[in-house]
Design a protein around this ligand. Structure first.
Ligand code: PMP
Length: 353
């Protein structure tokens, strides 16, 4: 511990990423996509080595932002890109949530929100989920004197997604500060709030290439919102004198966005396998929360989460177990290929007997 570190830095615990696979391990612990990215990504990588690597990136990431704008039906100036949506979220905390009042968030949600809140000295005011494990948007909208509102839709690790109608009701109530909707998992069956940005200048939607576009290794994420909000993000980012993203991320990101057929086929496969997995888990006696994401959260009435986690690990299947009071009995299981999910079910059958 160094005397030079700020209290927030002293309080930080290092993030330990999901375990890396040993040989023949089935990795269902960090919500990656089991299928490869669009085939055009391979060509983009080859072009990159010969034509782009020796040059500095475009400091405005214009081509990538234009492609995202075209994909989501917005203007180029309504798009911001960053190194993974984690970076975009961190910049949003700095740009919008440091007003000296609490930031409203669900009590069970993406684990990085409390980390950023601590780092940027933002008080987090958490709102319990309702009895169906859903984010309580009414409670989030009812609080007063705030710095903003943040939630994931679908939420993680529960997988529940609210309708656009519900989100719009919240936006009608919260007009003074930024409402950030984190749509990391939206492509697996939820509705995107991007269509609302023109009516709600305080709505910021974040997204990622890590899940539905199979590019978690690239580190590419984005935010879409009013020009006012996007300019705010640029102000923070530009003060670091750094490029938005490197030229590799731009080129590969564009290739991924170009292949809509691959994107749709990949996410449909994940959704089909998710529903099949859900039925098979239920047949084994699990309670499975309804999910619109590429994972399910499940618990068994007779087997503790920690025991199931350890039993699966012994059998070469990695899932996610949370050491928190509310989620202690649950497992979060990423949807892999059908074969991987068959192995998961076989292992659970052996454990649950
Ligand atoms: N938001 C949520 C809800 C997530 O679960 C994740 C990844 N686990 C992220 C954002 C960050 O994704 P990335 O940085 O890979 O874009």
């Amino acid at each position: 511990m160094s005397q030079y570190w700020s209290p927030a830095v002293k309080a930080l615990t290092p993030y330990i990423p999901g375990e890396q696979p040993r040989e023949r391990i089935i990795k269902l612990n960090t919500n990656e996509n089991p299928y490869p990215p669009a085939p055009g990504v391979g060509q983009a990588l080859r072009d990159y080595a010969t034509d782009h690597l020796r040059l500095y990136p475009d400091p405005t990431s214009a081509a990538l932002r234009a492609k995202l704008a075209e994909t989501y039906g917005v203007e180029n100036q309504q798009v911001f890109v960053g190194n993974g949506s984690d970076e975009v979220l961190a910049l949003a905390f700095q740009a919008f949530f440091c007003h000296g009042a609490p930031l409203d968030a669900p009590s069970i949600t993406y684990s990085f929100y409390p980390v950023y809140a601590n780092l940027y000295n933002v008080e987090l005011r958490t709102h319990p989920l309702n009895a169906q494990w859903e984010v309580d948007l009414e409670s989030l909208g009812a609080a007063s004197a705030r710095s903003g509102v943040i939630f994931a839709n679908p939420n993680a690790p529960t997988g529940h997604a609210h309708s656009l109608e519900d989100i719009e009701t919240l936006l009608k109530r919260v007009t003074d500060r930024v409402v950030l909707v984190d749509e990391a998992y939206v492509d697996f069956g939820a509705e995107s709030a991007i269509g609302l940005i023109d009516r709600y200048p305080n709505l910021l939607v974040t997204g990622t290439f890590s899940k539905s576009r199979s590019l978690a290794g690239l580190r590419l994420g984005y935010a879409i919102g009013s020009v006012e909000l996007i300019d705010g993000l640029h102000r923070v980012k530009d003060s670091f004198n750094s490029y938005p993203v490197d030229s590799l991320a731009s080129l590969v990101g564009i290739a991924a966005l170009d292949d809509k057929a691959h994107f749709n086929a990949s996410r449909e496969r994940v959704v089909t396998t998710r529903e099949r997995t859900r039925q098979r888990l239920e047949a084994l006696g699990f309670e499975v929360l309804p999910s619109k994401a590429n994972f399910v959260l499940a618990q068994h009435p007779e087997h503790a989460g920690a025991q199931l986690f350890a039993g699966l690990r012994e059998r070469g299947v990695l899932v996610r177990h949370f050491n928190t009071q509310e989620l202690n009995n649950f497992l979060r299981i990423t949807i892999g290929t059908d074969d991987e999910m068959d192995s998961l079910i076989e292992a659970l059958e052996a454990i649950c007997g």
